[in-house]
Design a protein around this ligand. Structure first.
Ligand code: C2O
Ligand code: CU
Ligand code: CU
Length: 473
């Protein structure tokens, strides 16, 4: 039954297109998650407090949903720090149940990663700390507890983490003015405005309403001629093909893990769950533009949605057009003798014929290595995310990847039936005790066990580390 349905979804594209077109009034001002204030510690580190909590939130006018949030009732504040900063956190779990908080896209010691091995019990506080040592990027944070990530993220536990460096500061960087986060999530609502989770589908919950930064029916007024938008697909399963209703173009300036070498002008970009992109959009005084997601068949539901109306002020602060070199970080290149690893994705949501086992190590990688990972998808569409790593897409079915997949990434869409090759640059911190994850970021699949564990170890010690982990009581 499940298999048949999957084939029809992946194959013919006859399913009805989910859409909200013509339905929105664009009446609610877009919520901009507040920037989280840091306190300076005596050792020079920036200290932040994040409290995971439950609450109630009004999305549909006059109706309340039970939600979770961080320092609020839905989503969390934006954290901003620069390359070289020391950061430390108190993550307080007031949810009344276990959870974790993972820093998606961050290179850090494995024990600070916030994955399934860094469980925070109800009522407890977890205090990770590290030095930010990677190029500027739009990363994000969300729970990562094994088997319940979909539920926790869907209820609202997620937020953005902006890393700045000298290169990124040349782009519009005035948060909330010309540097705007857009966390895009689809939801199913009950008639009385509560969140509904769909337990049936193959891909997980696919909503027919869209929230941006937790705002339903949003508009945004802008006052600058060049605006940088940080798009984050924070949805459980849905992919979006972002563009503007009138075909207006924009410049892609960054992907998941950093700036592109130079901006690329385009009118459409696809993001699957967990992926980010930074785009710069140019506005004329008084212009109105509607950010839209087009229906693009990719073996994964995208649907067709109006997302956000952007209204430019009659007079705009002018800034120089975005041109020339952006990143001074070289492209990720494979060394000649790069190790190649194979990963097989299947219809049963397995990786290399295995489901996730918290006590099994699937791969051992030398810290700081650059390797080629080749992913073959024999199932319905999936995507692939690697912790503590940045990669460049080398090919999709032996062809050049789409233009919007250039540059540094940490999550990539893997269409059904495809072969995707990536060159992966791993983090430098070795730790033989705490594994890191690679997995499908469609959260239903991840929860089903479509995830593997790898260790980053001192180069030369690969064969010495055990391939099982001791069971904890
Ligand atoms: Cu966004 Cu392993 O996670
Ligand atoms: Cu991650
Ligand atoms: Cu998947």
């Amino acid at each position: 039954m499940i298999t048949l349905l999957a084939i029809s979804l992946a194959g013919c594209g006859k399913e009805e297109v989910v859409t909200n077109v013509g339905k929105l009034e664009f009446e609610q001002p877009l919520n901009i998650p507040p920037l989280l204030e840091a306190t300076m510690e005596s050792d020079g580190s920036k200290h932040f407090t994040l409290t995971m909590q439950t609450g109630r939130t009004e999305f549909l006018p006059g109706k309340m949903a039970d939600t979770s949030g961080i320092n609020g009732t839905y989503l969390g504040p934006t954290i901003r720090a620069a390359r070289g900063d020391k950061v430390s956190f108190d993550v307080v779990n007031d949810l009344g149940e276990q959870s974790t908080l993972h820093w998606h896209g961050m290179k850090l010691p494995a024990v600070m990663d916030g994955g399934p091995h860094q469980m925070i019990d109800a009522g407890k506080t977890w205090s990770p700390h590290w030095t930010i040592d990677q190029p500027s990027a739009t990363v994000w944070y969300h729970p990562h507890l094994h088997g319940k990530t979909a539920e926790h993220v869907y209820r609202g536990l997620a937020g953005m983490f902006i890393i700045d460096d000298e290169d990124s500061k040349k782009l519009p960087s005035n948060y909330g003015i010309d540097d705007i986060p857009l966390i895009v999530q689809d939801k199913l609502f009950t008639d009385d405005g509560k969140f509904l989770e769909d337990d049936e589908g193959i891909f997980g919950t696919l909503g027919d309403e869209i929230l941006i930064n937790g705002t339903y029916d949003p508009y945004l007024k802008v006052t600058a001629s060049q605006v940088r938008f940080r798009l984050l697909n924070g949805s459980n399963a849905r992919a979006y093909h972002f563009g503007f209703n009138d075909g207006k173009t924009f410049k892609l300036v960054a992907n998941d893990a950093g700036l592109l070498q130079e901006p690329v002008t385009m009118d459409r970009i696809m993001l699957s769950p967990g992926e980010r992109a930074e785009i710069v959009v140019e506005f004329e005084p008084g212009e109105e533009a509607i950010l839209h997601s087009f229906n693009g068949h990719a073996g994964i539901d995208s649907g067709e949605f109006d997302l956000l109306k952007i209204i430019a002020a009659p007079e705009l602060a002018e800034s120089a057009p975005i041109d020339g070199q952006l990143s001074t970080v070289p492209e990720i290149e494979a060394p000649e003798n790069a190790r190649v690893r194979q990963f097989k994705l299947t219809m049963e949501n397995k990786i290399n014929d295995k489901y996730m086992d918290m006590y099994r190590i699937d791969e051992v990688v030398p810290a700081g290595a650059t390797e080629i990972w080749e992913i073959n998808n024999f199932g319905h569409s999936h995507n692939f995310h690697i912790h503590n790593a940045a990669f460049r897409v080398l090919s999709v079915n032996d062809k050049e990847p789409p233009e919007y997949e250039r540059g540094r990434k940490d999550t990539v869409f893997i269409p059904n039936g495809s072969n995707v090759k990536i060159v992966v640059e791993f983090g430098n911190y070795a730790d033989p005790h705490y594994p890191l994850m690679y997995h499908c970021h469609l959260l239903r699949h991840e929860d089903d066990g479509m995830m593997g564990q790898f260790l980053l170890v001192e180069p030369g010690t690969e064969s010495e580390v055990p391939t099982t982990l001791p069971k904890k009581e």
